[in-house]
Design a protein around this ligand. Structure first.
Ligand code: PBG
Length: 327
C-alpha cells in the first residue's frame, strides 16, 4: 500500500501520537554523571572548556551526589586529581588517595547511588600516560598489577562497579582475579573495550590534568578507522570476565555501538565524552544551536544506536527534562 492510502504523517500529527509510537526512550536512570574530585575543602574550580563542570572537593562532591540521586540519575563515575603525580601513578592505588576517600564519603551519604570507578593511571602519572613507561613505551604487563590494585582499593572504598579505561591488554582478567581474591566476587567490571585514540578527549584532559607529556595514546587506544577490531576487543574482554562493555567516544562511533549490540547480547555503555559536550555548549553559547534540544537529540541517538547506559556530562541538566512529553 502506498500513497494515498498510506500517509506516514498520520502518526506524527500530535505529541500524544508521536509518544505512542516512539521507539527509543531516555530515562535519568540510564545516565551516569562524571565528577572530578580534588583535595581540599569547599573547592570548586570551574573547567573552562566544560561549562557547568568543575574540579570539586569531596564535601562538594557529596552535595553533588545528593542532587544527582534526587534527579534519579543512574550513577556517577569519579575521576581524581591527585595531590602529587609520579612516574608510577601511586595515588591511583593508594587506599587513602583522593578517589577512595571520595567513594567512602559519597557511599555514606547516598548508599543507593551507583558509584563507578574509572580505573586508569593517566591522572596520576607525571608523564600523563595510562600505564608505567619503560624505555619510552607504556609497559603493558607491568601496568596490570597496578590497575588491579587500584580496582581493589576502589571496591574496598565502596565503588559498586569498576571500569578500566587504560586499554592495556589483559587488564580485565587481571582485575577480575584481584577483585575475586579480595572477596569482591560481586563487583561488576565495565570494560572500556572499544576506546578510540580520539581528539574529542581534549576538554577532559584539561579537567583531569592528564594530557600526555610526550607522544600520544595511539600505541594503546584504538585507531578511529577500525570497527572489526572493536568487536575483537569486546569478545576478548567478555572472555576475560567483563560484565558490560563500553564504546567511547559515542557520537562519532554510533556504528560501532550498533555492531557491538547486534553481535553480543550484553549491556553496552557509551561514553558521550568531553569534546561532544563542549561542542554543543560552545555552539549554544554563541546562539548557533539550541543546546537542550541538541543534547537530547544526541543522547537519544546514542540510545537508538544500541547503548543501554550513557556516561554524559549532560546528566544533571537533561535528567529533569526526561519524562516530559518532549523526551
Ligand atoms: C582515561 C580516561 C579518559 C577519559 C576517560 N577516562 C581520557 C583519555 O583517555 O585521554 C576521557 C573522557 C572524556 O573525554 O570525557 N582515564
Amino acid at each position: 500500500m502506498t500513497f494515498p492510502a498510506t500517509r506516514m504523517r498520520r502518526l506524527r500529527a500530535n505529541e500524544s501520537l508521536r509518544a505512542m509510537v516512539r521507539e527509543t526512550s531516555l530515562t535519568p536512570g540510564s545516565l551516569v554523571a562524571p565528577l572530578f574530585v580534588c583535595h581540599g575543602e569547599r573547592v570548586r574550580r570551574p573547567i573552562a572548556s566544560m561549562p557547568g563542570h568543575a574540579q570539586i572537593s569531596i564535601d562538594v562532591a557529596v552535595e553533588q551526589a545528593r542532587k544527582l540521586a534526587a534527579l534519579g540519575v543512574g550513577g556517577l563515575i569519579l575521576f581524581g586529581i591527585p595531590a602529587k603525580k609520579d612516574p608510577e601513578g601511586r595515588e591511583a592505588y593508594d587506599p587513602e588517595g583522593i578517589v577512595p576517600r571520595a567513594f567512602r564519603a559519597i557511599k555514606a551519604a547516598e548508599p543507593d547511588l551507583l558509584l563507578w570507578a574509572d580505573v586508569c593511571l593517566c591522572e596520576y602519572t607525571d608523564h600523563g600516560h595510562c600505564g608505567v613507561v619503560r624505555d619510552g613505551v607504556v609497559d603493558n604487563d607491568r601496568t596490570l598489577p597496578l590497575l588491579a590494585r587500584a580496582a581493589v582499593a576502589y571496591a574496598d572504598a565502596g565503588a559498586d562497579l569498576v571500569a578500566p579505561s587504560d586499554m592495556m591488554d589483559g587488564r580485565v582478567g587481571a582485575i577480575r582475579k584481584a577483585l575475586d581474591q579480595a572477596g569482591h566476587l560481586d563487583v561488576p567490571i565495565v570494560a572500556y573495550s572499544a576506546k578510540y585514540a580520539s581528539g574529542f578527549y581534549g576538554p577532559f584532559r584539561e579537567a583531569a590534568e592528564s594530557a600526555p607529556r610526550f607522544g600520544d595514546r595511539r600505541g594503546y587506544q584504538m585507531d578511529p578507522a577500525n570497527s572489526d577490531e572493536a568487536l575483537r576487543e569486546v569478545a576478548l574482554d567478555l572472555e576475560e570476565g567483563a560484565d558490560a562493555v563500553m564504546v567511547k567516544p559515542a557520537l562519532p562511533y554510533l556504528d560501532v555501538i550498533r555492531r557491538v549490540k547486534d553481535r553480543f547480547q550484553v549491556p553496552v555503555v557509551a561514553y558521550n565524552v568531553s569534546g561532544e559536550f563542549a561542542m554543543i555548549k560552545a555552539a549554544a553559547q554563541l546562539g548557533w544551536l539550541d543546546g537542550e534540544r541538541t543534547a537530547l537529540e544526541s543522547l537519544t541517538s546514542i540510545r537508538r544506536a544500541g547503548a543501554d547506559v550513557i556516561i554524559t556530562y549532560f546528566a544533571e541538566e537533561i535528567a529533569p527534562l526526561l519524562g516530559t512529553k518532549r523526551s
